[in-house]
Design a protein around this ligand. Structure first.
Ligand SMILES: Cc1ncc(COP(=O)(O)O)c(C=O)c1O
Length: 420
């Protein structure tokens, strides 16, 4: 698609925008659900049994059913539903039984919830740089590994798989477990295997921006029965209720020896998630279709550095993040503003006028001084300054994708030196 424009043809200068309708974002009813799925939710409400640990056996509860469905979908022995993605990460870390106050590595490009979850579990986040493609930089991880670092939380940020082979190699070398924050990549695969099944724990969210949208919620996956058992207790299985997860076998942990944090999922939400899980393949295909159409439309632009996946199709496709190489944060912010004027919900990740919590220097709970934080992680700071982030809801039509491509090409062609 070639676009010939003069600067005064941009909507930011008052010209007609590429699109007049709002850009579809995840919270606009982007839910793949049919009447039969809703029936299950209504049945659950009519049954008036909303708590997962009532008199029913595990297999007759919606939470129990969802956990079995999730374990089958991901091909792992154990799934535990919980309150959110943040608490799924924290439960994973708690269940790994690290010494209290351990240092835990995580990438500098992530949502604020990742270091927050490390804090919630009683540990200390240590950030690691990201590379040009905004994946965790494994060489920097290796450089920063010290005996104090007792676990690695890797994040498949904005749906793109991290290089799990390389991360697991470092983890093995240093003898530490890996938690995958797969919250942004629910359903995405790396070389055929679902993200969230490579590490010791995989953590997911079912909040409204995610591929399973139950408003709020989350779950964790593990192959390790004792990690699973400890997470069940921490999530809030008290007075022997955890035994229901073990088909009558004696549970492998002493529940009274552990605190409980009230992070359970409820029955209504679990019923909703079961319907959504059945529709997930349809939604995942839509994400790939949209992403691939948009990426193909931008591939020839020298001003657009698309993220290179670590393997063929190793991404979810629910967001388009690209860099404008060598752009300053002010220039990238101007490009994002020009795209918004064209009707595309773009954000510059490093926009100095924004408090985007995907920019680590805005995490004042860790970094009271933003400039110092940026100086500590200069590569990630620079890459985020160049990055534009656009949500790609699964319900985008081809026309929406083409308008996005048109808007990006138009704005980049006409930007000149603006925003400097
Ligand atoms: C990378 C990442 N981790 C964790 C979370 C937290 O998920 P939740 O909002 O369900 O706690 C999010 C939320 O979007 C996220 O993007």
């Amino acid at each position: 698609m070639s676009v010939d424009v003069e600067p005064d043809q941009l909507a930011i200068d008052g010209a007609r925008p590429v699109r007049a309708e709002p850009w579809p974002t995840y919270d606009k009813g982007d839910v793949f659900i049919e009447d039969e799925d809703l029936d299950l939710v209504l049945e659950t409400i009519r049954a008036r049994l909303y708590f997962r640990y009532d008199h029913r056996p595990y297999e007759l509860t919606q939470t129990g059913g969802l956990e079995r469905d999730l374990a089958a979908f991901f091909g792992v022995p154990h799934a535990l539903t919980c309150a959110s993605g943040t608490t799924a990460i924290a439960l994973g870390l708690l269940a790994l039984d690290l010494p209290p106050g351990s240092a835990v590595a995580c990438p500098a490009f992530t949502f604020a919830a990742t270091p927050s979850a490390i804090r919630l579990a009683g540990h200390r986040p240590v950030l690691v740089e990201c590379d040009d493609d905004l994946h965790l930089d494994v060489a920097d991880l290796r450089r920063r590994m010290t005996p104090e670092i007792r676990a690695i939380v890797v994040v498949h940020m904005r749906g793109f798989a991290s290089d799990m082979d390389a991360v697991l190699e470092v983890a093995r070398e240093f003898g530490v477990p890996v938690v995958e924050d797969a919250v942004p990549a629910l359903g995405a695969r790396l070389r055929g295997r679902p993200l969230g099944t490579f590490g010791d724990v995989g953590a997911f969210s079912t909040q409204s921006d995610k591929s399973l949208n139950t408003g709020e919620g989350g779950f964790m996956l593990t192959r390790d029965p004792s990690v699973h058992a400890r997470a069940i207790v921490y999530a809030g299985a008290y007075e022997g209720r955890m035994s229901r997860h073990f088909d009558g076998d004696p549970p492998p942990v002493d529940d009274l020896a552990m605190p409980i944090f009230g992070l359970r999922m409820d029955e209504i939400r679990a019923a909703l998630a079961r319907g959504l899980l059945r529709r997930l393949p349809e939604r995942l295909a839509a994400h790939h279709r949209n992403y691939d159409r948009v990426a193909a439309g931008l591939a020839d632009l020298p001003d657009v550095a698309l993220r290179r996946p670590v393997a063929d199709h190793a991404y979810l496709g629910e967001a388009l993040v690209f860099r404008v190489p060598d752009a300053t944060s002010a220039q990238t912010a101007w490009i994002a503003a020009a795209l918004r004027a064209e009707g595309i919900a773009a954000r510059a990740l490093g926009d100095p006028g924004d408090t985007n919590v995907r920019a680590f220097w805005n995490w004042r709970f860790l970094f009271p001084d933003a400039a110092k934080a940026r100086a500590e992680y200069p590569v990630t700071a620079r890459r985020l300054d160049e990055a534009i982030d656009i949500p790609l809801s699964a319900n985008l039509a081809e026309r929406d994708c083409d308008q996005l491509v048109h808007a990006v090409r138009k704005v980049l062609a006409a930007r000149g030196g603006r925003g400097a």
